[in-house]
Design a protein around this ligand. Structure first.
Ligand code: NOJ
Length: 540
């Protein structure tokens, strides 16, 4: 869009669930035209790239991650012309658009699967993974533990079992088949031709199966992704592939290849450790996981997040840590789902503004490009009584009206959060925009400050030594002679912290958020931080 193929290294991302964002035609479902209406809002917030959850025709057994047609728009959301207009309008505002590319599986309603199950001789039969027994690949774990008992499902019509890593309504595609490989490249091309800026590649560790393995991160998967990247580069030199690989850092590292595989990858393990550190008031978990995070190629970038549309996943923690996280953050069993917690950011953090801002301070200053989940910038609540992950996918709260300015319809796809303190009367965009001290404005200022300092996006990370190594997390971000020093107070008490300055840094610092000046003395900077406070300083 602007001739900068590395734009994603500096970008602020924002995840939108189209169904939930804004309903333009009063049918109770958010749609693409509704999102177009809200692009000015996102531009003003400082968003550079929007990630759209799946917008394709689907029976919605997994909210669109069960795709029934890879080349069209779900009628609830609009049509391909609306999509083209969305891309054009976003680009006018220098905002890029990526959407989910669900490579691993289709919906069982997809015509390929329908043809495959009906006729053993159909070319589509081999698009999926079939077996006469349900005993193969027994080392592969079940991901949707609360609903699925096996990765195999019996299909009466086909007279065989088929393989599925997610719901049984999502049969896995067979990547051994070169036609499947090509089909999905063609799907990418279809959307790239419509002007899209890339994809969030869903569930990529699971593309291939091999007996005797856990069927994750296999070499064949990497080989295909490299092929996809080469194809992608040819058609979209400025586009990105963002990998959803919920794995340990060393396994995710492989998805960057030599800078010839995925451009970006979510950093899953750091996310729960931010929550651990906040609750324990101890920076150790964050420090440890970042020390375990390998270097990545120059042309790649981590993507960091606090929450998204799924449960807060606890797959990348130890069993003890998971139990502890559940006790602390999901005391009610309704809050738990699979290996995670189905709650939003604000309720997880007891709606404590200082803690929510501290979490965002970490998000915006640690390595990686940050992604915000819609509604978290205003501290929206959740509804644990809705099924599956729907409780974190409720209508966006634009104003204080009953339907929250989301829709003019009486009946909505899901109820607006109605309970105090998260109902529209308490939490909405309009009132936070009017209040300079609101969560929204603090986050907007953080985004602006982050974007004014390239070292936040490209700089390396070095810990700063302090006299409060547990209560605080202090670090330098440095690039091209620019040095930033961030000090976060993880504790619920005020802290006076002495930071030992690294060689050649300081003694003068300016505060990037509040415009204050600081002066170090004798090689130490002394700073007073309020409970859960943070300082973003620039040396010189
Ligand atoms: C990961 C997505 O984030 C999740 O929402 C979905 O259910 C699975 N992949 C299956 O596509």
């Amino acid at each position: 869009m602007n001739g900068n193929p590395l734009w994603y290294k500096d970008a602020v991302f924002y995840e939108v669930y189209v169904r939930a964002f804004r309903d333009s035609d009063g049918d109770g479902y958010g749609d693409l035209r509704g999102l177009i209406e809200k692009l000015d809002y996102l531009q003003d917030l400082g968003v550079d790239c929007i990630w759209l959850m799946p917008i394709f025709p689907s029976p919605l057994f997994d909210d669109g991650y069960d795709v029934a047609d890879f080349r069209d728009i779900h009628p609830d959301y609009g049509n391909l012309d609306d999509f083209k207009e969305l891309v054009a309008e976003a680009h006018k505002r220098s905002i890029r658009i990526i959407t989910d590319l669900v490579l691993n599986h289709t919906s069982s309603h997809h015509p390929w699967f329908q043809a495959a199950r009906k006729d053993k001789t159909s070319k589509y039969r081999d698009y999926y993974v079939w077996s006469d027994t349900d005993q193969k690949y027994s080392e592969a774990r079940i991901i949707f533990l609360d609903t699925e008992t096996s990765n195999w499902a019996w299909d009466e019509e086909a007279g065989q079992y088929y393989w599925h890593r997610f719901y049984s309504s999502q049969p896995d595609l067979n990547y051994e088949n070169p036609q499947v490989q090509q089909e999905m490249l063609d799907v990418m091309k279809f959307w790239l031709d419509l002007g899209i800026d890339g994809f969030r590649a869903d569930a990529i560790p699971y593309l291939y199966e091999r007996e005797g393995t856990n069927c994750e991160n296999l070499p064949e998967t990497h080989a295909y992704l490299k092929q996809a990247r080469a194809f992608f580069d040819k058609h979209a030199p400025e586009g990105i592939l963002l990998s959803e690989a919920n794995q340990w850092p060393e396994d995710v590292r492989a998805y960057f290849g030599d800078g010839d595989e995925m451009h970006m990858a979510f950093h899953f393990p750091v996310m729960p450790r931010i929550f651990m550190a906040l609750k324990r008031q101890d920076s150790t978990p964050i420090r440890q996981i970042l020390e375990r995070t390998p270097e990545i190629p120059e042309n790649t970038q981590w993507c960091t997040f606090l929450r998204n549309h799924d449960e807060l996943t606890l797959e990348m923690v130890t069993e003890d840590e998971r139990q502890w996280m559940w006790q602390q953050y999901a005391p009610d069993p309704r809050m738990r789902l699979n290996l995670g917690i189905r709650r939003r950011l604000a309720p997880l953090l007891d709606n404590d503004k200082a803690t929510i801002l501290l979490a965002n301070s970490l998000l915006f200053t640690l390595p990686g490009s940050p992604i915000l989940y819609y509604g978290d910038e205003i501290g929206m609540g959740d509804n644990i009584w809705l099924d599956d992950r729907n409780g974190v996918r409720t209508p966006m709260q634009w104003d204080s009206s009953q339907q929250a300015g989301f829709s003019e319809a009486q009946e909505l796809y899901a109820p607006v959060i109605a309970e105090v303190p998260y109902a529209p009367a308490q939490v909405n965009v309009a009132s936070q925009q009017a209040d300079p001290d609101s969560l929204y404005h603090h986050i907007k200022r953080m985004i602006a400050a982050r974007k004014s300092q390239p070292a936040f996006s490209c700089g390396d990370l070095a810990w700063a030594e302090t006299d409060k190594p547990e209560e605080t997390l202090a670090y330098y971000r440095r690039s091209n002679g620019e040095t930033l020093l961030v000090i976060n107070n993880l504790s619920a008490g005020a802290q006076t912290v002495r930071v030992k300055l690294a060689q050649g840094v300081g003694p003068a610092f300016s505060d990037l958020l509040n415009g204050q000046n600081f002066q170090a003395d004798g090689g130490f900077l002394e700073a007073k931080l309020p409970p859960r406070g943070y300082l973003w300083l620039k040396a010189g």
